[in-house]
Design a protein around this ligand. Structure first.
Ligand code: C2E
Ligand code: MG
Ligand code: MG
Length: 750
């Protein structure tokens, strides 16, 4: 290296001299030495220090140093200065570039090489003069280091212990030094950036997927695996379509790709499918990465899972449209729905009902048990209300103790009232709460579209008004303007709705009206007559409710109860051979279970079949004769007696009466009642009695109210009588007492 020792001396003489062979070799050696170190993978910091030492070997009497610009603080820091004492380094630390900041401060400040041959006098060393003197730095040549994009990122300097200017060789060394350090620093920055990117990739909350030009997955990050459920191994090499949910059509993906290729990026919400099959929304940002020639080499997709965002959006939407306490829709939602439902009803021609439901004694509960108890009650009320209506119907809490029910697609008012009745029934049952058992009831006002109005507000006003009427009527009931015009119609509905629960609630009872032998006055038996005490209507006459029960089909189960109850009562009568007559509805015949039911009633009570008489109306007999005759014959085989009730009022085909196994005709009380005035009626009664005699069938006259009728019937030869003249229908116990008051000889059973 000694030959280079002379070089600076030579350079002093002429600056534009070419480099000598030795100098060129020296520079090549320097570069090779450094490249070898780079290839070894030495740290940039160590490489720069090594560069400094190599340069110092080529420039005797000089020391090399590298400084880096901290762009944020705009100060220079010593990067490497292996031969400069620490105290000197300390004094150069945090040097701010400027016109008096020495060679390096100036090189960075100006962005050009600065060669100071006399640091003791040069104004560019004004700020560092003391350092120059203290450490005997006589000359200093500095070269700016450029980074990516030509930015100045530091300086490389050779400081000489003698006053001198740099020669071509020195400048070349400085250029090479600055250039190499620039590359090293830039690479270090890139490394840092790559490491940063890798770290971001690994720790990002966002899922990241990288695909190649053919859109095959090259890499996915841990967040991707967390969200999708697929590990990197499971997706690398596959296409991102492995995640597709099927929710988007081809056109959607086509638009996405077109935009990605055209603009280099796409972003939007997309639904994908996790490994476990769950479909979820994500916000996806896609970028296309191109090489120098503009070819797409990769795609990067970054996404965040929107599931929770959606859930919270949904929650916000829910809270805006629902009541917080009961989670029922609020009035806003109801009003909107009501509008839609009415619009549809107008087209489809059906009815819609709005039920205004007011909890009757919420205030009492609040005042006596506190608001928590009141809240619990409201929640239970809400729950029960929901159970009372169909899926299409809407239950909303209007506020306080008021609920509104919207019933859709109704055939008529009746359907609404039966829901109202159901609500009254269900909401009136006790509530088991932490505060103990609570009882409440609701008052309901009904308004119908189109009968009461054709928009939400009109209907609500009507329903509200009707609700007040329900309150006035004693609460726990329902009212409607429409119904109130016709109280009978209301009763009919109340009857219909009340029949279903009546049996279970024990609202029925049987009364017994004696049937007597006209000649002797002996009781032969009694007719069981059904009585119903309705909770609000009170006693309802059979004429009123039996046709309704027949229409609704309830008569079948009610009739079965009557049979069981009548047989049970008759079996306990003190006179062991009295007959009990039970009225049957035509519907019971058409319902297959009649025979079984009679057999069960007889065996359960132990009553002899011969003591049971079934009263059949003429309408029953008009049915399918062949099967009816069979049915009646089977009943007869059980010993049971058969009577035709209300005979003469219907269409009686005398011809087939002959073929029916009938034991008795009951002459309708209309004929008996009119016998006194109307000679025709007396003749009808006479004709019936004669015909019955001809058929070998007994007769009972119904509705005998006075002695005159009694005498006439006696004269006509009627065998049996029944009517107020002898006894009214009476409760079971009264009948037993009535019997006990009679001294009778039981008639022989035929
Ligand atoms: P029905 O079978 O003709 O019963 C006789 C009806 O005449 C009874 O009326 C009875 O109270 C009434 N009656 C009896 N004597 C007199 C009288 O002297 N004057 C007047 N004005 N009426 C008298 P009720 O109890 O109101 O029963 C009416 C109808 O209801 C019965 O007529 C019967 O068709 C039906 N019915 C009663 N109970 C049942 C039952 O358990 N099942 C079925 N399917 N129908 C029943
Ligand atoms: Mg009868
Ligand atoms: Mg009758």
């Amino acid at each position: 290296m000694s030959q280079h020792g002379a070089a600076p001396g030579r350079q002093d003489a002429g600056e534009d001299k070419q480099l000598s062979r030795e100098e060129q070799d020296a520079i090549l050696n320097l570069q090779q030495g450094l490249l070898a170190a780079i290839a070894r993978g030495d740290e940039p910091q160590a490489l720069i220090a090594r560069l400094c030492l190599l340069q110092e070997q080529l420039v005797p009497g000089a020391v090399a140093s590298a400084m880096r610009l901290n762009a944020e603080s705009d100060t220079l820091q010593v990067l490497a200065a292996p031969s400069i004492p620490d105290e000197a380094q300390a004094r150069l630390h945090n040097l701010r570039p400027g016109p008096g900041a020495g060679s390096c401060g100036n090189a960075v400040f100006r962005g050009e090489p600065v060669f100071v041959s006399n640091t003791f006098s040069d104004p560019r060393w004004a700020d560092l003069r003391a350092v120059a003197v203290d450490f005997n730095i006589c000359a200093c040549w500095s070269m700016p280091i450029h980074g990516a994009g030509g930015r100045v990122i530091g300086s490389f300097a050779l400081s000489s212990f003698e006053h001198r200017a740099p020669g071509v060789f020195h400048r070349r060394l400085l250029e090479i030094g600055a250039h190499l350090i620039g590359i090293l620093l830039e690479r270090q920055a890139q490394d840092t950036q790559l490491r940063l990117a890798a770290r971001l990739f690994d720790t990002s909350e966002e899922g990241i997927v990288i695909t190649d030009a053919q859109n095959r997955i090259q890499a996915v990050n841990p967040a991707f695996s967390r969200t999708t459920g697929y590990t990197a191994d499971e997706c690398i090499g596959r296409r991102p379509s492995m995640l597709s949910s099927g929710r988007h059509d081809k056109a959607f993906y086509l638009r996405l790709w077109t935009e990605l290729v055209r603009n280099g990026h796409w972003q939007g919400e997309i639904w994908n499918r996790r490994k476990n099959g769950e479909i979820y929304p994500e916000w996806l940002v896609l970028s296309a990465i191109r090489d120098n020639t503009g070819q797409i080499t990769q795609h990067v997709g970054i996404f965040s899972d929107l599931t929770e965002y959606h859930a919270s959006q949904n929650r916000i939407r829910f809270l805006a449209t629902h009541d917080v306490l009961t989670e029922l829709p609020n009035r806003m939602l109801l009003e909107e729905r009501c509008g839609q439902v009415i619009a549809w009803a107008r087209k489809a021609g059906h009815r819609v009902a709005l039920l205004f439901v007011d909890v009757d004694n919420l205030k009492l509960v609040n005042d006596s048990l506190g608001h928590t108890a009141g809240d619990t009650l409201l929640q239970s009320v809400a729950q029960r209300l929901r159970h009372c209506v169909g899926e299409k119907d809407l239950v909303c809490r209007q506020g306080g103790d008021e609920f509104i029910v919207l019933l859709d697609e109704l055939p008529g008012l009746e359907a609404a009232t039966s829901v109202a009745q159901r609500i009254n029934d269900h909401l009136g049952a006790p509530y088991h709460t932490d505060s103990g058992e609570l009882v409440t009831s609701v008052s309901i006002g009904i308004a119908m579209y189109p009968d009461d109005g054709d928009d939400f507000n009109a209907l609500l006003r009507k329903a509200d008004g009707a609700m007040y009427q329900a309150k006035e009527a004693g609460r726990n009931t329902f009212r409607s303007h429409h119904l109130d015009a016709d109280p009978d119609a209301l009763d009919e509905l109340v009857i219909r709705n009340g029949l279903r629960p009546a049996l279970a609630r024990g609202e029925f009872a049987l009364h017994y009206q004696p049937i007597l032998c006209l000649r002797t006055g002996r009781p032969l038996g009694a007719e069981a007559l059904l009585r119903w005490t309705h909770p609000t209507l009170g006693d309802v006459r059979p004429d009123r409710f039996i046709p309704v029960a027949e229409l609704s089909g309830h008569i079948v189960s009610i009739g079965e109860w009557v049979l069981r109850e009548a047989c049970r009562a008759a079996a306990a009568w003190p006179l062991g051979d009295l007959q009990v007559a039970v009225n049957l509805s035509p519907l019971q015949f058409r319902h297959g279970a009649l025979e079984r039911c009679i057999a069960e009633a007889l065996s359960a009570s132990g009553l002899d079949g011969r003591r049971l008489e079934l009263e059949i109306t003429e309408t029953t007999l008009m049915g399918d004769t062949a099967s009816l005759i069979e049915q009646l014959s089977r009943l007869k085989a059980m010993g049971v007696r058969l009577a035709v009730d209300d005979f003469g009022t219907g269409y009686s085909c005398l011809a087939y009466l002959r073929r029916l196994p009938v034991d008795k005709l009951k002459i309708d009380r209309a004929f008996v009642a009119d016998m006194s005035e109307d000679a025709d009626d007396a003749s009808i009664v006479r004709a019936i009695i004669q015909m019955a005699e001809g058929l070998g069938v007994r007769t009972t006259a119904e509705g005998v109210e006075n002695a005159h009728q009694h005498a006439t019937l006696e004269a006509l030869g009627c065998a049996e009588v029944q009517g107020y003249y002898y006894a009214r229908p009476m409760p079971a116990d009264d009948f037993v007492r009535w019997l006990a008051g009679r001294v009778v000889t039981p008639p022989a059973l035929t």
